[in-house]
Design a protein around this ligand. Structure first.
Ligand code: BTN
Length: 254
């Protein structure tokens, strides 16, 4: 485990020069029986996957692209709870490696000064009753020179830790710190359930009690965020007092 002080994550670490997508490689390895804690890291991705079928820009050398295989004994419904893990791990790591303050945007974006700096994509292989494995995909813009990226390629305003902090981030140190945080959080998750990690997620996301506009395709509504349920859905209270459970969509503070 390359001297990592972890118990589960990083039992084996595969580093690739370039691949289509670390999620894809990790998924295939997991299908072939790769152990829990297997990590796949690439220097560049030729077809990095984002949420909703989008592309994740993955130029070589500057960013972190990694995927982690987990095999928790949980039901498929509960697998979305693992998103809290990667979000909180990335937020903690940004804080420990830089002087920056990350914000969490539901469901799984990490922003700095309102611009996206990291993205997470979990993919699951499950049967009706149980999860076989989950791949946690994590992409963090570390030293990306934003002026090299055409705005038209970006769906949302994006940034990098370099752009925000004005200093290069040591990629190896960041990666190690991230894997250590993930290992700690996963340990808490297995011992105590999703509660503690969700609580930290909620505290960091700073949306509790805030008014938001929710867009779900054609449908839009406003309300006040009450919290997030154990399945990761946002609970939004409407003006008539009813509470909507928001499983997907875009949420903006108003
Ligand atoms: C998003 O749309 O916000 C999610 C982006 C996830 C990107 C990471 S980079 C490492 C891993 N491999 C992929 O192909 N995607 C994830």
């Amino acid at each position: 485990s390359a001297g990592l002080a972890t118990t589960r994550i990083g039992t084996s670490i595969i580093c690739l020069k370039e691949t289509e997508s670390t999620n894809q490689v990790a998924f295939r390895m997991a299908e072939e029986g790769a152990a829990e804690g297997t990590v796949v890291i690439a220097d560049a991705q030729s077809a990095g996957k984002g949420r909703l079928g989008r592309i994740w820009l993955s130029p070589p050398g500057v960013n972190l692209y990694c995927s982690v295989v987990l095999r928790p004994a949980i039901a498929p419904m509960a697998a979305c709870q693992l998103t809290f893990l990667s979000v909180v791990a990335v937020a903690r790591t940004i804080e420990s490696c830089t002087a920056l303050t990350p914000q969490i945007k539901w469901p799984n974006d990490i922003l700095i000064n309102g611009k996206k700096v990291a993205g997470l994509l979990n993919e699951m292989n499950a049967e009706t009753e149980k999860v076989n494995f989950v791949v946690l995909g994590i992409g963090v813009n570390l030293n990306l020179d934003m002026s090299s990226i055409s705005e038209s390629l970006l769906r949302h305003p994006a940034t990098s830790l370099l752009e925000q902090g004005g200093a290069e981030v040591d990629r190896l140190a960041f990666t190690r710190a991230l894997l250590v945080e993930l290992d700690r959080l996963y340990d808490v998750f297995l011992r105590e359930g999703e509660g503690p990690v969700r609580a930290e997620w909620l505290e960091r996301s700073a949306i509790k009690g805030r008014n938001v506009k929710v867009s779900q395709g054609e449908r839009e509504f406003v309300g006040m965020v009450q919290g997030v349920d154990s399945f990761g859905a946002l609970l939004v209270q409407l003006s008539d007092g009813k509470v909507e459970t928001v499983l997907s969509g875009d949420v903006a503070l108003i």
